[in-house]
Design a protein around this ligand. Structure first.
Ligand code: ZN
Length: 87
C-alpha cells in the first residue's frame, strides 16, 4: 500500500541542520505538528507561527507552543519537518 501523497517526515532534531530558526528554514520544508496524546498530525502554516512568535523563533521551541486541533492536548507535542515532493 502506498502512502497517500505523503511528505517525507524527519525527526525535528534534524531541524538544526537546516537552520535553527523559522526564518532560516528553506521554503520547501513544511511544518507538521504531531500530538503527543492522540498522535494526530497536522500541517502548520509557518506564517501563523511567525505572526505570534516572530521569524526568529527557534524551531525546537515551537513544539512546546503547539496545541492539538483534535484533542486540545498541549503536552509532548512535536514539531516535524516535512519536505514537499519534487515532481
Ligand atoms: Zn491530539
Amino acid at each position: 500500500m502506498r502512502h497517500r501523497r505523503s511528505i517525507e517526515l524527519m525527526p525535528r532534531e534534524n531541524a538544526a541542520d537546516y537552520g535553527s530558526t523559522l526564518e532560516l528554514l528553506p521554503e520547501w520544508y513544511v511544518l507538521v505538528a504531531k500530538c503527543g496524546a492522540c498522535r494526530h498530525q497536522g500541517r502548520i502554516d509557518r506564517r501563523m507561527i511567525a505572526k505570534t512568535y516572530g521569524w526568529g523563533v527557534h524551531l525546537n521551541s515551537i513544539g512546546r507552543t503547539l496545541k492539538c486541533s483534535r484533542c486540545g492536548n498541549r503536552e509532548g507535542n512535536k514539531l516535524l519537518l516535512g519536505r514537499l515532493p519534487r515532481d
